[in-house]
Design a protein around this ligand. Structure first.
Ligand code: ATP
Length: 900
């Protein structure tokens, strides 16, 4: 039967007994597929992927550019121009519309492409058995017949039939709508059973919430149940982020203002008795200039660029809104293990009942080092120490792997805490290789971060059966027989002493038992356990985190440690890293439970460490911080962290140790689990916002300047200083080629010395308005001044207008350099660092030259060729806006320097 599998002759997997399933795939469930079978299955079924919706074709992006009120207005203007007999103007307007659509499509296409590339970064990984060894694969590599190994928090990446399950529960809401996790077992169900009740099956797109399992893949890709439902449905568009919505609002306000100004220019023109047709065209062009058409696409590109830079620094963004939230983050709540510390555990201290203390030599996973007592190496390991180490080795899911070659050292597959225990057992001389065979595990209660306990039952040589328990000291001690009260107290004291030394402490106990009923949980062991001892592990802090913590503080962000570990361990490490200073408090889960909402809120500013927190309490911490108006980033890795991750403003899941459930709930996944990466992402979030404000500043300052020139001319009794098509040109071509490129600006370098961005920070706040107040009048004065002076010399109007038009374009070029940074001089190498801006600027200059020197363009744009030598004074005059800003920047830098 094996190998004859075909999609339409698939058996009903849920009704098939496990033996028949194995027979079907000719499978050894302890070895998984061999290389040959994998190859055949791959050739037959291909990758385990769903077809991606095709990228949006360029022509559709192009067509969409025409669907905007701005374009409708321009079309009306073109019609008007035709009606008035200005055919040339109509042609120019249409050409400008086309150019606008081309620029828009190019930018948008670029944004779409980088977004698509970024989406690919989040690949799902699965553990499988192949050729008798455990492997980690990408989900796309799964084939029918593969044996998947699953644990709490894993995503199910293909449809599979269970062959082994311990306490297994799966969340299947995505598929069945059932919101409560369902229990799973290996027993087959009747053929007619519906999807939701097939308890022996796991389905792609669902998650394991508890327990462990082995399951054989039966369907991949489009043949899975989700594949069938999903088909080729389009990817849902991401909802607009709060900042996008605010930008839209800002854009609408400007459009309203533009309409008002249209009326004003028209009225002024009529009052001045200028020709109606000309005034009308100029009023329309002016209105169009006020509309910030580049803004939405600038926003998309800013977000895409931000995401890309964050990805380069190891933070993968899953929800766009996170980019901006990161910039506003005021508190980062971080796990300890692996995020603030290296998660490279070494057991260094043992404590045995009776008060014996042993030290363990060596560091890292190499099992080299000896046990010593009172400074003297032990010649041989006594019985009590041996039993403690036996518990450590058996109640353990990790594997210790010898180095494959000299360059890589010993490594651990699984939880580093457990890996370190295996290393300890080897140092104590236990035969790890044979241990799991001579004392096979019969049942288990997997580790869970709520109870902070794990237990396994084994068949042993010396006793028929024995249960080994390990976990957090207070949890293990609460299971121990109460008769040795003094001994338990001594253990408690010893655990505290170890914790003050920043050690992570585990306690071990044993129960002589015939039964370990997994469904009865740990309570069934209460009062029956005998304490074996304590093991203390070091987990060195990550060096770079110290710097990141200091950087956070300078940036007005408060780091808080939220750990499952002991309060004293947490506090000791928090002090070392600078998270806890002077008066800082540490609060543990019990104390937190006793605190009322008000009390917690008041205490929050003083708390640096939350320890022994249950995952559910993380949610409470997030909510309490948010109630104080904080913008909270919170890290998490486990299944139970999901609610807190989803509630936090920026939920951050761990890429390495994080479960798929956590990743799915988080907005950000960091690939190296490192606190420093979160801080880097915050910095990038600030850069994105800063760059967007540069775009806003530029758009606003230049269009206001053109308006000011026009209004001054109208009020002061001058002819119109610019032709309608020239106003359009400045707005769409001169500005359009450079504006969006401002979002590509490199960081200013002082992002992390500013305060977090307030969420209601006005887009055009005081800081920007102050700069507009400097730039706009300067540009307007230069442009209008030149116009008025040249007219007074009695020069031909066409020549004067051409010069005015050119000087305004030059002002725009200088001003975009101003907008690159609020403080840094534009004269340094800054421009060259932004390649995109340099290209845009060159393009803008070339196009301006074409309008001046290509005869056909002269006719269309009402220009005359300017002699080259006359350009120099224009350039010098236009640069005034640059010098004005340079002086302001110098002054700001000086002021900062003296304040520092
Ligand atoms: P953080 O949330 O900062 O990463 P953590 O990883 O130390 O903290 P948990 O993994 O929940 O938090 O561990 C909490 C406690 O549970 C530890 O201090 C330890 O005593 C115990 N513990 C950790 N891992 C295991 C395990 N595999 N088996 C038994 N007990 C464990």
């Amino acid at each position: 039967m094996a190998g004859t599998l075909s999609d339409n002759s698939d058996p009903l997997w849920h009704a098939l007994p496990v033996e028949q399933l194995q027979e079907h795939f000719a499978l050894d469930p302890l070895r998984g597929l061999d290389a040959d079978a994998q190859r055949r299955a791959w050739a037959r079924h291909g990758p385990n992927t769903l077809p991606e919706p095709a990228p949006k074709p360029l022509w559709r992006i192009f067509v969409r550019q025409f669907k905007s009120p701005l374009i409708y207005i321009l079309f009306i203007a073109a019609l008007l121009a035709v009606a008035l007999g200005h055919h040339g103007d109509a042609g120019v307007i249409l050409a400008v519309v086309l150019a606008n659509a081309l620029i828009g499509s190019f930018q948008e296409g670029r944004a779409e492409r980088s977004m698509a590339a970024l989406r690919k970064l989040a690949t799902l990984r699965v553990r499988v058995l192949r050729d008798g060894a455990e492997r980690v694969l990408e989900a796309r590599e799964l084939v029918p017949g593969d044996v998947m190994l699953l644990g709490a928090g894993d995503a199910v990446a293909a449809d599979a039939r269970l062959i082994d399950a311990a306490q297994l529960q799966a969340a299947e809401a995505a598929l069945t709508g059932e919101s409560v996790p369902v229990s799973k077992s290996v027993l087959p169900v009747p053929e007619a059973t519906g999807l939701a009740d097939r308890h022996c099956m796991l389905y792609s797109g669902t998650y394991i919430t508890a327990g462990r399992a082995r399951a054989v893949v039966v369907a991949t890709g489009v043949h899975t149940e989700v594949g069938r439902i999903a088909g080729l449905t389009e990817r849902a568009e991401e909802p607009k982020t709060p900042l996008e919505l605010r930008l839209e609002q800002f854009g609408r306000a400007l459009v309203a203002a533009a309409l008002g100004l249209f009326a004003l220019v028209l009225l002024l023109g009529l009052w001045r008795e200028l020709p109606l047709s000309e005034v009308l065209m100029v009023a329309i062009s002016q209105m169009v200039s006020m509309v910030p058409e580049g803004l939405p696409v600038a926003m998309t590109i800013a977000l895409a660029v931000g995401m890309q830079r964050m990805a380069e620094r190891g933070a993968i963004i899953r929800r766009l809104s996170a980019v901006e939230t990161l910039g506003s983050t005021t508190v980062i709540c971080s796990d300890k293990t692996g995020t603030l510390t290296r998660n490279e555990m070494t057991a260094v201290a043992l404590w045995l009942p009776g008060g014996r203390e042993l030290a363990v030599g060596g560091i890292g996973y190499a099992p080299e080092g000896r046990l010593s007592e009172g400074g003297k190496p032990l010649e041989s390991v006594d019985e009590n120490t041996r039993t403690l180490c036996l518990a450590a080795a058996l109640c353990n899911d990790a594997q210790l792997l010898p180095p494959e070659d000299e360059r890589v050292g010993w490594s651990v597959l699984g939880d580093p805490t457990e890996g370190a225990l295996l290393v300890l057992a080897r140092k104590a001389g236990l035969p790890l290789d044979t241990l799991r065979m001579t004392a096979p595990r019969e049942s288990e209660l997997p580790f869970d971060s709520d109870t902070k306990l794990m237990a396994t039952r084994h068949r042993m040589d010396d006793a028929p059966r024995r249960v080994w328990i390990k976990g957090a000291p207070e949890a293990v001690l609460s299971l121990c027989a109460a008769d040795g009260h003094a001994a338990l107290q001594a253990a408690r004291d010893a655990a505290e002493t170890m914790a003050t030394r920043a050690l992570r402490v585990l306690a071990f106990a044993t129960v002589d038992a015939d039964e370990l009923d997994p469904s009865a949980g740990f309570e069934a062991l209460a009062g029956r356990a005998r304490l074996l001892g304590l093991v203390g592990q070091i987990d060195p802090p990550r060096e770079e985190v110290k710097l990141s913590v200091a950087e956070c503080r300078a940036a007005g962000i408060r780091p808080i440690m939220v750990t499952g570990d002991h309060k004293l361990t947490g506090l000791a490490i928090a002090r070392e890293l600078g998270i806890a200073r002077d008066e800082a408090r540490a609060v543990d889960g019990h104390e937190l439970e006793r605190m009322g909402e008000g009390e917690l809120r008041d205490a929050l500013p003083h708390i640096a460490v939350f320890a022994r927190v249950q995952p559910a309490q993380k949610l409470r911490i997030v909510e309490a911080l948010q109630a104080r108006g904080e913008v909270v980033a919170m890290t998490g890795d486990g299944v139970n962290d999901a609610p807190a991750l989803a509630r936090a403003d920026a939920g951050v899941a761990m890429g390495v140790t994080g479960t798929e459930v956590a990743k799915n709930a988080a907005k950000i996944v960091i690939s190296d689990d490192n606190f420093a990466t979160i801080v880097g992402a915050v910095e990038e979030g600030r850069v994105v916002y800063g760059n967007l404000k540069k775009v806003i500043l530029y758009l606003f300052a230049t269009s206001m300047a053109a308006l000011l020139v026009l209004l001054t001319a109208l009020l002061a009794g001058y002819p119109l200083p610019l032709a309608a098509v020239q106003i359009l040109w400045i707005n769409i071509i001169t500005e359009g080629t450079v504006t969006v490129n401002l979002v590509m600006e490199a960081p200013d370098g002082d992002e992390m010395r500013r305060h977090p961005i307030r969420r209601d920070d006005p887009l055009l706040g005081r800081d920007l308005l102050a700069r507009v107040a400097l730039m706009t009048p300067t540009i307007a004065a230069v442009t209008f001044g030149w116009f008025a002076w040249r007219l007074s010399l009695g020069l031909p109007e066409m020549l004067v207008r051409t010069e005015t038009f050119t000087v305004l374009a030059m002002c725009c070029w200088f001003n975009v350099l101003n907008c690159q940074s609020a403080t840094a001089s534009a004269l340094g190498p800054r421009l060259l660092r932004n390649r995109w801006l340099a290209i845009g600027l060159s393009l803008s200059i070339a196009l301006q030259a074409a309008v001046l020197y290509v005869p056909a363009m002269n006719a269309l744009f009402h220009t005359v060729p300017l002699p080259l030598e006359s350009l120099l004074p224009l350039l010098a005059l236009a640069s005034l806006v640059l010098w004005v800003e340079e002086v302001r920047k110098l002054w700001v830098r000086r002021a900062r320097g003296s304040a520092a």
